[in-house]
Design a binder for this molecule. Structure first.
Ligand SMILES: Cc1ncc(COP(=O)(O)O)c(C=O)c1O
Length: 381
């Protein structure tokens, strides 16, 4: 049996979600834009899912725009600035953003926008006063990742959002890794925009949403239809949206249990590895971190070598972000935290989730301990 410790890359779809989606694929074939009964049925399912997503995030359903995931939502917000401001104004991001923010930001920079990339400290945390110091009356948007995909480090978003609201500066949060594993409540955090994705917490791949608060400007990335109030053209992925809604409902019911359960497994993994592996370093802040994520530095052991050996032994993990796997460039997130390229290359990300149990963690600990020992002995021979 394989041991899947890569839940930050994606999660297995929960059986309840598969059942809900299967029913839609079998029984609900109408186009939600059609005026007939079949269309009405599909529309009702989409709107019921919108309510479930809105309830999990603490926003009005009218602020949700379904997308094909968080990359699209992030691109919508950032590339929308081009339409709004041409190449003028200032954008503030951090140095530990996901590529779906990094690359649109670089594109905006090319078109003339001034982009500031805020540094994080050695534990991956942003200082809210740096955020406030970076904005002025020309700033059109601050876009920050709430929980980092590689380290799981959670930014002080409540404080950042409060300070930006006082300064009347718009904030976009990429909450893709936080939703479903951490309390993401926009009643508490006054962000103007939020991106998230169903597949990171038991929903299907290729479905997510952008939240845009009332009054926050929003422009279509995909044009050509009246769907999603003309903000996202294209016939809705009805089954995907229903699956997303269902995953949000499960998350709302299980959040406390998940945080405790994932946290216990993650701590068991850390403690087990500490017992057997010398010189292990936890990358990132250990208090402000997602309960399921462990980013570890195995000094002088190349992460890619470990990753391949683990895969052969039946354990799935990740070196840096999944989208970087296969590339040998060190993670920009870890180097932003001050790790040398060599240190960054000797890291693994282990992320637990639904379906992982203590027995699997114990097996992963012994497999990994043995592999590190073997690689280190081979290296010193
Ligand atoms: C922080 C973060 N933002 C955005 C994305 C992109 O999400 P999606 O796969 O839905 O496009 C990811 C996925 O890895 C992520 O971790």
């Amino acid at each position: 049996m394989r041991i899947y410790l890569d839940h930050n890359a994606t999660t297995p779809v929960r059986p309840e979600v598969i059942d809900a989606m299967g029913e839609v694929l079998r029984e609900v074939h109408g186009n939600p834009s059609s005026g007939h009964a079949e269309g009405g049925l599909a529309r009702a399912r989409v709107e019921a899912a919108r309510d479930e997503v809105a309830s999990l995030l603490g926003v009005a359903a009218s602020t949700i725009y379904f997308t094909a995931g968080a990359s699209e939502a992030n691109n919508s917000v950032l590339m929308g600035l081009l339409e709004e401001r041409g190449g003028s104004g200032k954008l503030v991001i951090s140095s530990v953003e996901h590529p779906s923010v990094v690359e649109p930001a670089a594109c905006l920079e090319k078109s003339g926008m001034v982009v500031t990339r805020l540094a994080v400290d050695a534990e991956g945390l942003l200082d809210p006063s740096d955020v406030f110091g970076a904005v002025d009356s020309d700033t059109v948007l601050v876009s920050l990742v709430w929980a980092n995909n590689e380290t799981g480090v959670i930014q002080p978003m409540e404080e950042i959002a409060r300070g930006l609201k006082e300064r009347e500066i718009r904030l976009h949060v990429d909450a893709t890794q936080a939703v479903g594993k951490w309390p993401v409540d926009l009643q508490r955090v006054s962000a103007d925009y939020l991106s998230c994705s169903a597949h990171k917490f038991g929903g299907p791949k290729g479905t997510g949403c952008l939240v845009a608060r009332e009054g926050a400007p929003i422009h279509p990335l995909i044009r050509g239809g009246p769907q999603e109030r003309r903000i996202r053209g294209g016939t809705e992925n009805v089954a995907g949206i229903v699956g997303f809604g269902h995953a949000c409902g499960l998350a709302a019911n299980e959040l406390t249990e998940r945080m405790e359960g994932y946290g216990a497994l993650r701590d068991r993994l850390w403690e087990g590895l500490c017992d057997g592996v010398e010189g292990l370093v936890w990358n990132g802040n250990r208090e402000h971190v997602l309960p399921n994520t462990l980013n570890l530095q195995f000094q002088e052991v190349p992460g890619e070598v470990l990753l391949q050996a683990l895969d052969i032994e039946g354990v799935a993990a990740s070196a840096g972000a999944a989208c970087h796997s296969g590339s040998i460039s060190p993670s920009h997130v870890l180097t932003a935290m001050g790790l040398s390229p060599e240190e960054a290359r000797s890291t693994l990300r282990l992320s637990v989730g639904h379906g992982v149990d203590a027995e699997q963690i114990d097996s992963a600990v012994s497999i990994l301990t043995e592999l590190v020992d073997r690689v280190r002995r081979a290296g010193s021979a």
